[in-house]
Design a protein around this ligand. Structure first.
Ligand SMILES: Cc1cc2nc3c(=O)[nH]c(=O)nc-3n(C[C@H](O)[C@H](O)[C@H](O)COP(=O)(O)O)c2cc1C
Length: 281
């Protein structure tokens, strides 16, 4: 039986973590299936058929990215014993997202078996900063995620145990409490501040193609769906002719991504290394 790992990732960090967990599962002889959230319209998960699933997202404004959070909120109550695990990537200020999503799912009778939170190299800063010229992945961090997958696999196979999830700090909790009531209106309100300069537009549709939540449709100009916009700024940042801008900061320079990513190890390489070690033991 396949184990769906449902994730959202705009700039690739959470996808990388999802893949490392996937490799940990494969190492432990389980059969995972990575499912990007935007494919769920076509592909339905049959919750009657599965025993466990994973959910992962980047942290936006101290919570799981809103499209993933909404997906979790829309899930029906569990009709049988169904386990879940969680993961997120963030830039160092996660708030208390795991606790929030865990609570949401536990209220619907799903059973928590573990979570991991990773501070990831920033590829997704909005504004240009010297600090992000290059980014680093550390080997320790990469192996930690892979081993998280192996530990989870053991829990899934034996049906016993849980990977402890320590409660967030008071500071994070405080932020979360403040944000949880304003985040929806916040996204809707600030989405309206995206401006468009038609004379600069080259009709390349990069904005539409690169929008991680499909909040833009292009009809001679980008048309924004403020219900879907999560303020990731990818449209403004990726526009090759700077035709999209944010009205509150019209002259700001956007971050175009780090020039160098150091320390990246392909997930299947980690898997092969571990398999080799097992073989030579
Ligand atoms: C709109 C936006 C809001 C963000 N908010 C936070 C935040 O509140 N706390 C944090 O630690 N990181 C924040 N980040 C950084 C992302 O969580 C981080 O870069 C993450 O690894 C991106 O994952 P992805 O590459 O899978 O999209 C934010 C990023 C964006 C684009």
């Amino acid at each position: 039986m396949k184990i769906p790992i449902i994730y959202f990732s705009a700039s690739g960090n959470t996808k990388y973590i999802a893949k490392l967990i996937e490799m940990g599962f494969i190492f432990a002889n389980l059969e995972p299936e990575l499912i990007p959230i935007n494919t769920l319209k076509k592909k339905k998960i049959d919750f009657e058929e599965i025993e466990v699933f994973g959910v992962g997202a980047p942290i936006y404004a101290l919570a799981f990215a809103p499209n993933m959070l909404q997906w979790v909120k829309n899930l029906p109550k569990a009709r049988k014993k169904l386990k879940f695990f969680l993961f997120d990537t963030n830039a160092g200020l996660p708030g208390a997202p795991i606790k929030q999503v865990r609570n949401l799912l536990e209220k619907k009778n799903y059973k928590f078996i573990g979570a991991i939170e990773i501070i990831a190299p920033t590829r997704d800063s909005v504004f240009e900063s010297r600090a992000f010229k290059y980014v680093n992945w550390s080997r320790n961090k990469i192996e930690k995620v892979f081993q998280f997958g192996i530990k989870l696999a053991k829990i899934i196979k034996t049906g016993e145990g849980q990977i402890d999830w320590s409660n967030p700090t008071l500071f994070s909790k405080l932020f979360r409490v403040i944000f949880q009531n304003i985040e929806k209106p916040f996204y809707k309100y600030f989405g309206r501040f995206f401006g468009f300069l038609p004379e600069r537009c080259s009709n390349c549709r990069t904005c539409e193609k690169g929008c991680p939540t499909e909040a833009i449709t292009f009809n001679n100009r980008p048309i924004f769906n403020y219900q879907k916009c999560i303020l990731c700024f990818r449209c403004a940042r990726n526009c090759p002719t700077n035709a999209i801008y944010f009205k509150l900061f019209p002259n700001v320079r956007y971050f175009k991504g780090p020039k160098t990513v150091r320390g990246y190890i392909a997930p299947d390489q980690i898997l092969k290394e571990y398999q080799r070690r097992l073989f030579t033991k």
